[in-house]
Design a protein around this ligand. Structure first.
Ligand code: FES
Length: 68
């Protein structure tokens, strides 16, 4: 389950996910805590390309559909 799915399906947070998790948009962009961000591996090149299109990215930005 991805962070986007957990937020949407368990926490019932309205996460816009226009491409439904296929890493083809940046609408699931989230800011992670520094502690959470440090536990994750590096984003893929595809995710980095999409993050370039996200509004106001920060150093701890990730696409939530790409975070397991
Ligand atoms: Fe489109 Fe995450 S839902 S990139």
């Amino acid at each position: 389950m991805t962070l986007m799915e957990a937020a949407r399906d368990i926490a019932k947070i309205d996460v816009e996910a226009a491409c439904d998790g296929t890493c083809a948009c940046s609408t699931c962009h989230m800011y992670l805590s520094e502690a959470h961000f440090k536990t994750l591996g590096d984003p893929s090149e595809d995710e980095l390309d999409m993050l370039d299109l996200a509004p106001a990215p920060k150093p701890t930005s990730r696409l939530s559909c790409q975070v397991q």
